[in-house]
Write a new protein. Sequence first.
Length: 132
Amino acid sequence: MDEFQLWSLWSSNKIGDALSFVGSVLAIWLSLRIAAATRASNEFGILAKILASGFGLIVLASTWMRMTNGLNNWIIASNNLNALEDKSETAKGFVEYVGTTEIATTPTPMGIAFLVIVGLMILIQIWAPKSS
């Protein structure tokens, strides 16, 4: 495979990453809406709180996977470009920018912080006592 093909594959994979990102944003928004509705309603009991919490945590787990897959898209492209004998200065710069060719098992620290904050927002909305 030559450098042009690698860049084309990386660009195509970025389209999938962007669609996954949009899906994650919508799912997180829905989780926050469900958490707010669960908090606002006096009709729902503990079962609704458990289901809303479970839904929110599943959304965050799938977003964790999406973030890790998106990061690995960059790492795999970097690894493949690094393996080329004849590569452009752009490819060398990309490999240097990515900084690793080891597959990631977690999102970036900022991505983890984002998911922790959103998780707290969801769970606090559902479980924090209401002040009357």
